[in-house]
Write a protein of this length. Structure first.
Length: 532
């Protein structure tokens, strides 16, 4: 049975998927919540939210993501970073998954990825869970109802959590699988209920397609000055580094919180919503994001709540530290209506330094910016990936290695060209530890980070006195009104400064060891600023 509005020529049957139970096409938010509750997928929360848990997996499974290796992809994929799958293994996986789907109900959402019509991708997402349909409806961009007639999916994602893959038969690693086939324009997800796999699969897809069109895909948030899209800033960073929090500045217009493109036309959001971490979220520190946790349709994922009052516990990480909420962009009062911005005037690279070595902000030359972009130093924050229970220092190239199907130099060269063509001031911002490493020091005060960022974006920080950091060579402001001067010199925040020196030397060597892999592929000016 087909339910909902869709062009009959674009049914799943016409894509070769037959024998299903009820198929619900393009249901809107109330209907999706109704179906999720009817099926026992979650609990109705305050304000009409939907409270869900994702079972065994509460984070992404990057080691279970595979790309099909074919004649068209064998020379374009970064295989050291992407597990391969044979075309035959994918075909068997598809056949077995479709057979598993027979007689079951599914939810179809036809959506856009990309706010700029010039580079937009039409994506069909088929989900076994109604709340997954609601989630992806929030996270991608929703066509007008009139646009659904004649919608032709460029790529199709099928997400079937109840399906378990067979590693030997399907050429994968475990019974959890995310399989990407660029030739067949299809992504298959099985064995996990974690909703983030849906959105990150689309991001990986765009990271593959857009560079060929001269568009730089970026794992970043973005905002611009109110009434002035020319004054755009982008914030690179992995999950947990502050992209969502720092871009949701009430004094600026939010373009988006996670995924953007930079074309010769300017910057644009890939998505239509936000997927914010809620651990320790408070109304005082982040009122806009906090308010979404009681708005109709928000998906509340893996949060502990009182079964009687339905009050959320923002401090209880019993289920996971990666608790999140997903909501449409318009839930943020200062969100852009168009999700479009100008060419970035400021490029901010966010790092969560668990060593407690890096300063809260540093100004980078273009060559240093490329060095730190390719290095992608940060710490994996607890819960964002399976098995991560405390911050782990890591180098995630381009601040998004898990989502990069092409070699890092492809993205690095694109960013370098954009910065050179349009001009941008680049900053490195540490939202991690100060006064010591993780376990000894404390997290960088958000108030100080916001003050320094505000000064960087409004141009006033450029007038400050700067010193050259002896370890990394970048420029660090000596003082700024409202910020403790000691904070700007990390060595002074350590009780044992000799221990700081040892820790800094260790981190410098880690940078040098990691960057050796890129040295043969980069320009001389970038190689000249390499540390260690």
């Amino acid at each position: 049975m087909t339910t909902g509005r869709v062009n009959p020529s674009q049914r799943l049957e016409d894509q070769g998927i037959t024998g299903l139970g009820n198929v619900y096409y393009n249901l809107v938010e109330p209907a999706l919540i109704e179906q999720a509750l009817k099926r026992g997928e979650g609990t109705l929360g305050k304000g009409g939210t939907i409270l869900v848990t994702t079972g065994k997996y509460t984070g992404r499974s990057p080691k279970d993501k595979h790309v099909v290796k074919s004649d068209t992809t064998k020379d374009s994929i970064w295989w050291e970073n992407n597990a391969e799958m044979s075309p035959e293994g994918f075909d068997r996986l598809y056949q077995d998954m479709v057979a598993h789907m027979e007689g079951r109900d599914y939810f179809v959402q036809d959506l856009y990825a990309g706010a700029d019509p010039e580079y937009r991708l039409d994506v069909r997402v088929v989900t076994e869970l109604a709340w997954h349909g609601l989630f992806i409806r929030h996270l991608l961009r929703r066509p007008d109802r009139s646009e659904l007639d004649g919608f032709a999916p460029g790529f199709t994602i099928i997400n079937c959590p109840s399906f378990k893959a067979d590693p030997e038969k399907h050429d994968c690693r475990s019974d959890t699988v995310i399989a990407m086939n660029f030739d067949r324009k299809m992504i298959l997800i099985g064995g996990t209920e974690y909703a983030g796999e849906n959105k990150k699969s689309v991001f990986t897809l765009l990271n593959y397609l857009l560079p060929e069109k001269g568009v730089m895909p970026m794992h970043c948030s973005a905002n611009h000055a109110i009434g002035n899209p020319v004054d755009t800033a982008v914030f690179f960073g992995l999950s947990g580094t502050g992209k969502t929090t720092l871009s949701a500045d009430p004094g600026r217009t939010l373009i988006g919180d996670d995924e953007h493109g930079w074309s010769d036309r300017g910057s644009f959001n890939f998505e239509g919503g936000c997927y914010a971490k809620t651990i320790n979220l408070s109304a005082e520190a982040e009122p806009e994001i906090y308010a979404t946790t009681q708005k109709f349709g928000t998906v509340i994922e893996n949060m502990v709540f009182d079964p009687e009052t339905l009050d959320l516990d923002f401090d209880d990480d019993t289920l996971t530290a990666n608790m999140r909420c997903a909501y449409p962009l318009e839930f943020i009062s200062n969100a852009s209506d168009t999700a479009l911005g100008g060419h970035p005037k400021n490029v901010i690279m966010l790092t969560c330094d668990a060593f407690g070595v890096l300063p809260p902000i540093a100004r980078l030359t273009p060559a240093q910016a490329m060095y730190h972009f390719l290095s992608g130093f940060t710490s994996k924050v607890a819960g964002t990936e399976r098995g991560v229970t405390e911050p782990e220092p890591t180098f995630s190239t381009c601040f998004g290695a898990p989502f990069m199907p092409r070699r890092p130099e492809v993205y690095g060269k694109l960013l370098q060209e954009k910065i050179a063509t349009y001009g941008a001031t680049c900053w490195l911002v540490n939202t991690g530890w100060t006064g010591g490493a993780y376990g000894t020091g404390s997290r960088m005060p958000i108030k100080a980070t916001r003050a320094l960022l505000t000064a960087a974006l409004d141009g006033s920080l450029a007038d400050a006195e700067f010193r050259k950091d002896p370890n990394f060579g970048f420029e660090v402001p000596v003082s700024m009104q409202g910020v403790d001067a000691k904070l700007l010199d990390p060595r002074q925040t350590w009780a044992d400064q000799a221990a700081y020196d040892a820790q800094a030397a260790k981190l410098v060597q880690m940078f040098a060891n990691n960057f050796a892999q890129y040295a043969p592929h980069i320009d001389d000016d970038v190689r000249a600023v390499a540390i260690g």
